[in-house]
Structure formats: structure tokens, C-alpha cells
Design a binder for this molecule. Structure first.
Ligand code: ADP
Ligand code: MG
Length: 328
């Protein structure tokens, strides 16, 4: 199978919303008049971002999900994406699974594959997504205000827990492992929540490298500090729709120190961390409800610089939390 057969077979579908999709020198998209384009790229490298043994359909899902998560953080509506792919060989079973997982998630979010590049080489997946957002509505890292509440969506720490089971440092029974593993391998981009929060949140970021590290970007850009409380790590809460909020039951079953590590600095969560004024609490809850997405209030932005984590008794925790940094 040659390069062009491969593209034709696995990645070319008739354009639905795009003016021109896969097959020409450029793709053409027509954003809604008056909207701004939101653009983001994320690369996944074998051995660095995923295990070589991962199910190809889940890998296809995750490669797009981590990109959609960036659009969610900005409050953008997905439009389209491109896929730059380096493959060691044209393995049909792998390509079938990968393209199915990828295109299923693309369909779920109305985000079309409109082009890309395909080459032979060590497995590497680079996606660029295009979304749109009304001018002035994108939540940016530098817009947090002193006194803002800080929230996270969904649950934190499960992806790290699953990774530690793969590494052999933690063990779980089969159903709990399957739950945690789904969070690692099939993250849910919080697009609906990002859009609902457009006029409500001041600042937002998606949690990819660990909550404290990612929140640190908001602090730095906004020139502020934060106080994080950890009462929400004491037990798994249940959101109105039955989904866990804050932490999952399998995380709640771990010793408190492990919960702290995995939820505050685990990474690979792809949840939203955002800030909003205290007088918007009801609107935040309404947005969570509309988006059918659990949201937990975890602290507040402070005028005083620095990131303080309080234990459930309200005393500062002095230990260090590592965040993921590829070059650290
Ligand atoms: P060019 O030579 O102009 O760079 P290519 O030969 O690389 O174009 O690709 C041919 C067409 O296939 C282009 O429209 C390109 O966007 C698309 N394409 C290539 N690889 C992929 C891929 N992995 N997924 C989707 N479209 C792709
Ligand atoms: Mg090319």
C-alpha cells in the first residue's frame, strides 16, 4: 500500500462542513462570519506520551482528544483538524483501529479531518485543531482576578493511577483498573463546558501536566497567587448526573498522600481548571448542569503570590509537588 492509497483508504472522507477537505494542496474552511479562529497543535510520541502496546483505536481517540481539550480550555467550538503522521510501516490492522478511534471522536464533536501529511518514520502523531470563538470570549491564562474561585471539571488523578498500575507501583482490582485506564486512554474533551463558561470564567487552562503545574501558568500570567484546599480529596463526590466529581471512588480508596500526589500533580487528566468571580457561583453550577459535566470548587486566587495547598484542617502543606516537564 502506497502513501496515497493509505490516505485514501483511512483518512479521506467527503468534506461535510469544510469548503475543501483532503486531497488538494490546501484545505479550505469558512469560519462563521465575525468569529475568531482558535488554533492549537499537540504531538504524541511513542514511548513518551503513550505505550507501544496501547490499543490503536484508543490512541486515535486520545490524539484528537488532547487537541480538543485545548479548544475546550479556550471556550472554542471545534471546526476541523489536520493530521501529520509518521508511521514505521503501513500496518492495516493498526491503521483501521487508529482511524476508527480518531474519526469516531471527530464525528462526536463535528470536527472534520481536512488534511495532513504522511511519512515513514518512528511513530509520531501531530494534530492541529481549528475552532472558533466569539471575539473577546476566549478564556485566557492571564485573565484571572484576585478573589476568583478556582474550579476543576470531572475527576483528577485517575490517569496517573492507571499509569502507576502499568508501572507496577500500584495495584487495583480489574473493574477499578478499567475505570482508571479509560481515563488515561480515552479522555473526554470538555468542549460543552468550555462553551457554557464563555461569559462566566475569567481564566482557564486544560490540565495535561498536573493541576498545580498547569494552575501555575494561570498564576504566572495573571500575576497572582492561589490557595488550594484539599477537602474535596477526602471522598469522591457525586454530581447530579451520577458521575464522580473531584476524585473517583478508586482514587478515594488510596492513602491520602497518594491522592494528593495523583490528583494535584498526576497529569494526563484533560480536565478544565478555571477561575470565576465569587458572584458567578450559581452561573458556574448552571453551566456545569447545561454541559452535563461535574465541576468542583477547589480554592481561590489570591493577591499574595505563591501557590499554597491547605490540608483538610486548613494548615499549609509544605511538601513539594512535581509537575510534568519534558525537559526538566
Ligand atoms: P503535498 O504533496 O501537497 O504536501 P501530500 O501528497 O502530502 O500533499 O498529501 C496529499 C493530500 O492528502 C493533501 O490534501 C494532504 O492534506 C492529505 N493528507 C496527507 N496525509 C494525510 C493524513 N494523514 N490525514 C489526512 N489527510 C492527509
Ligand atoms: Mg505533503
Amino acid at each position: 500500500m502506497g502513501e496515497f492509497d493509505l490516505i485514501e483508504r483511512y483518512f479521506k472522507r467527503p468534506a461535510k462542513q469544510a469548503v475543501l477537505g483532503v486531497g488538494d494542496d490546501c484545505a479550505l474552511i469558512q469560519p462563521t462570519a465575525g468569529m475568531q479562529l482558535a488554533i492549537s497543535s499537540d504531538m504524541l510520541v511513542e514511548g513518551r506520551h503513550f505505550l507501544s502496546t496501547v490499543d490503536p483505536a484508543r490512541l486515535g481517540h486520545k490524539a484528537l482528544a488532547v487537541n480538543l481539550s485545548d479548544l475546550a480550555a479556550c471556550g472554542a467550538q471545534p471546526l476541523a483538524f489536520t493530521l501529520a503522521l509518521a508511521l514505521p510501516r503501513a500496518d492495516e490492522a493498526w491503521l483501521t483501529g487508529f482511524s476508527q478511534g480518531l474519526l469516531q471522536l471527530a464525528d462526536d464533536f463535528g470536527c472534520e479531518l481536512i488534511g495532513g501529511d504522511t511519512t515513514q518514520g518512528p511513530l509520531n502523531i501531530c494534530i492541529t485543531v481549528f475552532g472558533e470563538v466569539p471575539p473577546g470570549d476566549a478564556h485566557l491564562r492571564g485573565n484571572a482576578q484576585a478573589g476568583d474561585d478556582i474550579y476543576v471539571s470531572g475527576t483528577l488523578g485517575d490517569a496517573r493511577l492507571a499509569l502507576e498500575v502499568f508501572r507496577g507501583t500500584q495495584s487495583l482490582d480489574a473493574p477499578a483498573f478499567e475505570q482508571a485506564r479509560l481515563r488515561l486512554e480515552k479522555p473526554t474533551p470538555r468542549i460543552a463546558l468550555g462553551i457554557e463558561l464563555r461569559a462566566i470564567a475569567n481564566a482557564a487552562i486544560d490540565v495535561s501536566d498536573g493541576l498545580l503545574g498547569d494552575l501555575g501558568h494561570i498564576l504566572k500570567r495573571s500575576g497572582l497567587g492561589a490557595q488550594i484546599d484539599t477537602t474535596w480529596l477526602q471522598a469522591a463526590q457525586t454530581f447530579g448526573n451520577g458521575q464522580a466529581a473531584g476524585i473517583s471512588p478508586q482514587l478515594a480508596a488510596l492513602p491520602f498522600n497518594k491522592r494528593l500526589d495523583f490528583a494535584l500533580s498526576g497529569g494526563d487528566d484533560y480536565e478544565l481548571c478555571f477561575t470565576a468571580p465569587v458572584n458567578q457561583r450559581e452561573l458556574v453550577h448552571a453551566a456545569a448542569w447545561e454541559a452535563n459535566t461535574p465541576v468542583t470548587r477547589i480554592g481561590r486566587m489570591t493577591e499574595a503570590a505563591g501557590l499554597v495547598v491547605l490540608d483538610p484542617q486548613g494548615q499549609p502543606i509544605s511538601r513539594r509537588f512535581a509537575s510534568f516537564d519534558h525537559f526538566a
